[in-house]
Design a protein around this ligand. Structure first.
Ligand code: ADP
Length: 452
């Protein structure tokens, strides 16, 4: 096993990785920007190295600085966390070339799944169900129009290099296609430096269901069930739960087994997530994330398996100790993403946290690097805490979540806590009856009521 791991990230996920390392007896190295010098994840690490100014480009995305920090501290492996360099195949390659271990899949798998056109081709080869759409990239507006006629409107124009819910345009009817295609092309070039587009059928009321997998690259792979991430705003997840209230046991087993089989066939190593849309009993693959995900704790809560520990073990060359029959699912878990932003406009709200109190008690877990008096810098993602609640049943989980959200105090910055309090009281949510469009409508209604 490694003696020392460098954590190339910040905030709650950096602390989450530190915790797994600590329990495994591994020393940790935190790297941080000048804006994060006093962060809790930096304070708790065994060593820390400042790698640059606040701007991500000069710090958390600064590959030479991160590799130098690993060299001078004698770290053996690098964990990229989520976001930043976690899905950068060149980074993974460079880490290995410099003699460190990258805690994640092989660079070729990151590259394959990072190009969504290639990812869909790979998914088709792996026998995963796909939405009707282009087989590869769509070169011209004319080609797009012909294809859209064939698959039927509405269609979604997507960027091959897109991510984070950006780079998607809907064409609801033929008249909208040319304009949306041109906008998608321009935005994709500007945001991702790549104007490659593809098209797929736009589903009107799907749920987002994803399957967590683990593979060791040596022929073993398992799934750890699904997460329902349909509670989204601007295609960004806000609340996730497992198991999904929409699936029955047969559907659950079917999609899990298919994802595990795909992981095995790929020879994939590490943690990964297959994302699907689910509508009318059908699953359609949309993408694979080749890293740990923000919402991984809900899976940990219902399986009792520490996913970051598994990532580290696999990267250290261990075979997957777990067989599918060793994984048992118990109870229900829900995660609320607490972001430092206005809960209705979703405007970021950086600043100083003047007061902070976390809920506790049975079945309540808070993953956060926040403390009273700390600063939330304006330069990064607004996620500041994850409240993860579990219970023996979904109902127990909901009751516990309600009281945990009541106890949660974050003062000094706006947060999404008031929105969570409202949405978990909504009848549709209590009934498990929501799709990916539900939250946008709910927020609009709350806003109307507020201004009335
Ligand atoms: P990203 O990498 O930007 O997250 P995804 O392909 O994972 O992009 O899609 C993000 C979200 O966009 C999905 O969770 C879903 O809400 C929505 N979405 C994606 N594809 C479709 C589609 N074909 N029809 C309807 N909604 C879609």
């Amino acid at each position: 096993m490694f003696e020392k791991v460098l954590i190339a990230n910040r905030g709650e996920i950096a602390l989450r990785i530190h915790r797994a390392c600590r329990e495994m007896g591994i020393q940790t190295v935190a790297v941080h920007s000048t804006a994060d010098a006093d962060a809790m994840d930096v304070r708790l690490a065994d060593e820390s190295v400042c790698i640059g100014p606040p701007q991500s480009r000069q710090s958390y995305l600064n590959i030479p600085a991160i590799l130098s920090a690993a060299t001078i501290t004698g770290a053996e492996a690098i964990h990229p966390g989520v976001g930043f360099l976690s899905e950068n195949a060149d980074f993974a390659q460079m880490v290995e070339e410099h003699g460190f271990v990258f805690i994640g899949p092989k660079p070729e798998h990151i590259a394959l799944m990072g190009d969504k056109v290639e990812a869909k081709r790979a998914a088709a080869r792996l026998g995963l169900p796909l939405l009707p759409g282009s087989e590869g990239a769509v070169g011209s507006e004319r080609e797009a129009a012909a294809l859209a006629e064939e698959i039927g409107y509405p269609v979604l124009i997507k960027a091959a290099s897109g991510g984070g819910g950006r780079g998607m345009k809907i064409a609801r009817e033929p008249g909208e296609l040319a304009g949306q295609f041109a906008t998608a092309r321009a935005e994709s070039q500007a945001n991702f430096g790549d104007s490659t587009l593809y098209i797929e059928k736009y589903l009107l009321r799907p749920r987002h269901i994803e399957v967590q997998v683990l593979g060791d690259g040596k022929g073993h792979a398992i799934h750890l069930g699904e997460r329902d991430c349909s509670m989204q705003r601007r295609h960004q997840k806000l609340l996730e739960e497992s198991p999904s209230p929409a699936l029955n046991d047969a559907e659950r087993a079917r999609i899990g087994e298919r994802a595990a089989e795909a992981t095995r066939t790929l020879g994939y190593s590490g943690a990964g997530t297959f994302e699907f849309l689910y509508e009318d009993g059908e699953f359609s693959f949309i993408e694979m994330n080749t890293r740990i995900q923000v919402e991984h704790p809900v899976t940990e809560e219902i399986t009792g398996i520490d996913l970051v520990r598994e990532q580290i073990r696999i990267a250290a060359g261990h075979s997957l100790g777990l067989r599918q029959e060793d994984v048992s699912f118990s109870g229900h878990a829900i995660e609320c993403r607490i972001n430092a932003e206005n809960p209705w406009s979703f405007q970021p709200s950086p600043g100083k946290v003047t007061d902070y109190h976390v809920p506790g008690g049975l079945g309540v877990r808070v993953d956060s690097a926040l403390y009273a008096g700390c600063s939330v810098p304006p330069h990064y993602d607004s996620l500041i805490a994850k409240l993860v609640v579990s219970g023996q049943t979904r109902n127990e989980c909901l009751m516990r979540l309600r009281r945990a959200l009541e106890e949660f105090v974050v003062e000094g910055v706006d947060t999404t806590i008031p929105l969570h309090r409202k949405l978990i009281a909504a009848t549709d949510f209590i009934n498990g009856d929501y799709n990916i469009n539900w939250l946008e409508r709910f927020v609009e209604q709350c806003d109307e009521r507020k201004s009335a």
